[in-house]
Design a protein around this ligand. Structure first.
Ligand code: F6P
Length: 345
């Protein structure tokens, strides 16, 4: 394997609050502690395939810790979908004398990173997603920020709902998993939470809501995860897929609303939070988690590790095999959802 003290860093897939914290940490740790040089790869895999890079030193990453998005840019381009794997990145790697590449991404990106590692590129992964669904890690940075935003939205929607005798559906992101919905619903005191991991029954939800209104609570808030199946008998919405083959989601709450309105007789309104959940400044927790993961990734890169991902396990950041992380997409466990369900109605 080629030896080089030039570390590449890229952010790929959807953006996520905390990416800049990771970039800052990788660059600072690699240059200050490991005497390495860092090359920033622009627009995710696209930059590695097309040779778009910029040198990064400590000064280049000052002042970005609290900034949302990514200073490197990102894309959903993929070397295995839009190219022929390692061959399509070889020129950029060799002409920049890049040794290890720190790949900051979600499960699609990390899957491609694993394949590149198998083809000989040195790769250290950092798990990124607001969805919190990457296997082998307890937390991903970005989740806490999305949770904060969704919770604040539920709090605000609750006060307007109270004034109108309405049912409010708040649809949150999370792709095929219900972490944001479950945690935001728990934090916001939702009267029902619908997530992909747990089959739902709108008759049962309506019964809970009717009971609640009968007891004098004249509004209800239901949190809907974007990835739930459409209600029984309703056709799935037409949708497109992204470069990784993931279906683009959003809007299922609009299919739920008329059914709940019919079943309860209460006006039912929908708010889809969408990309609001990914924008803006990261929370302190995400800045710290991103920083810790970035530092750990730079240390692993300097130590010559490859095919690994940094993971939060309990209070520690540890290396885990990338293969383990990408085969296990983590859903909400029954115990956690049951805790949230205790407070329904
Ligand atoms: O994976 C993060 C995420 O925000 C999902 O929660 C959501 O379904 C998806 O990305 C949206 O992707 P895009 O920004 O490409 O529409």
């Amino acid at each position: 394997m080629r030896e080089s003290n030039v570390v590449g860093v890229l952010t790929a897939g959807g953006d996520c609050p905390g990416l800049n914290a990771v970039i800052r940490a990788v660059v600072t740790r690699a240059t200050e502690r490991h005497d390495a040089e860092v090359v920033g790869i622009l627009n995710g895999w696209e930059g590695l395939m097309e040779g778009r890079t910029r040198p990064l030193d400590r000064d280049a990453v000052r002042g970005i810790l609290a900034r949302g998005g990514t200073i490197l840019g990102t894309s959903r381009m993929d070397p295995y979908v839009h190219g022929d794997g390692y061959e399509s990145v070889r020129r950029t790697v060799e002409s920049n004398d890049i040794g290890p590449v720190v790949v900051i991404g979600g499960d699609g990106t990390l899957r491609s990173a694993l394949r590149l590692a198998e083809e000989g590129l040195k790769v250290v992964g950092v798990p990124k997603t607001i969805d919190n669904d990457i296997g082998a890690t307890d937390w991903t940075f970005g989740f806490d920020t999305a949770l904060e935003i969704a919770t604040e939205a539920i709090d605000r929607i609750t006060t307007t709902a109270e004034s109108h005798n309405r049912i409010m559906l708040v649809e949150v992101m999370g792709r095929t998993k219900g972490w944001i919905a479950t945690y935001a619903g728990m934090a916001g005191g939702a009267d029902a939470i619908l997530i992909p991991e747990v089959p739902y029954d709108l008759e049962a939800v309506a019964k809970v809501i009717r009971g609640r209104h009968r007891r004098g609570h004249a509004y209800s808030v239901v949190v809907v995860a974007e990835g739930i199946e459409p209600p029984a008998g309703v056709q799935a919405r037409e949708g497109t897929t992204d470069a990784f083959g993931f279906k683009r989601l959003g809007g299922v709450a609009y299919q739920i609303a008329p059914i709940l309105e019919d079943l309860t007789g209460f006006e039912t309104r929908v708010t889809v939070l969408g990309h609001l959940q990914r924008g803006g400044t990261p929370t302190a927790f995400d800045r710290v988690l991103g920083t810790r993961m970035g530092v750990a990734a730079a240390d692993l890169a300097a130590a010559g590790a490859s095919g690994v991902m940094v993971a939060a396990r309990g209070a520690r950041i540890v290396p885990v095999p990338l293969a383990e992380a990408v085969t296990d997409i983590r859903g909400v466990d029954h115990e956690t959802f049951d805790m949230a369900a205790t407070f329904f109605g």
